[in-house]
Design a protein around this ligand. Structure first.
Ligand code: FES
Length: 194
């Protein structure tokens, strides 16, 4: 704690008043100076290490996620991660596909067909980000036994947005369908997202 005596120690170092290295006041000053120097040194060294540990934005942007679909049964979904965001991969049943196809585009807030949201000949594989387009919560519906909402797709518990079996917004405040990321089938049972 600073005292009146401390205020007389000049920033530039010891003075004749210090009386030499055995003077207690001088020793305090020297040790404070050494600690301050060590602290600055640690900061200079730590910064490059931290920078090396976090991936650069362009590295993250180019990263891909490979997903094996072989264990996902019709009617099931899995949650994966793509570029640090939740990703839903769902194997739609024929009934869920029929429900999505039966909805007139005129009823949709963000009109898109299931066909436009899936790959040709693979309409059963619905791959979307698991990020509600309202304020970014993770909707329910991909996990076993989770509430799929009134349209059978996904339900956001934060403010009640409901998505249908094509991941399209049907009610609640979300403005858009769940986003479909770039992806490609690299075999019948493997997709690469990104
Ligand atoms: Fe999903 Fe608000 S964040 S409804």
């Amino acid at each position: 704690m600073a005292t009146d005596d401390d205020q007389h120690v000049p920033a530039g170092g010891a003075t004749a008043l210090d009386g030499g290295p055995d003077n207690p006041r001088r020793r305090d000053y020297l040790s404070i100076g050494a600690v301050a120097f060590a602290g600055v040194g640690a900061g200079v060294i730590a910064l490059p290490l931290i920078n090396q540990m976090s991936p650069a934005a362009d590295t993250l942007a180019l990263s891909t996620t490979e997903i094996d679909l072989s264990a996902i049964e019709p009617g099931q979904a899995i949650k994966a991660t793509f570029r640090k965001q939740p990703l839903f991969v769902r194997n739609l049943t024929p009934k869920e596909i029929a429900e999505a196809d039966a909805v007139p585009l005129s009823e949709l807030r963000d009109p898109q067909t299931l066909e436009e949201r899936t790959k040709t000949g693979k309409a059963n594989w619905l791959i979307t980000l698991g990020v509600c387009t309202h304020l970014g919560c993770v909707p329910l519906g991909a996990g076993e036994g989770e509430n799929k909402g009134p349209f059978g797709g996904y339900f956001c518990p934060c403010h009640g947005s409901a998505y249908d079996t094509a991941g399209r917004i049907r009610s609640g405040p979300a403005p858009q369908n769940l986003h479909v990321p770039e992806y490609a089938f690299t075999s019948d049972t493997v997709v690469t997202v990104g």
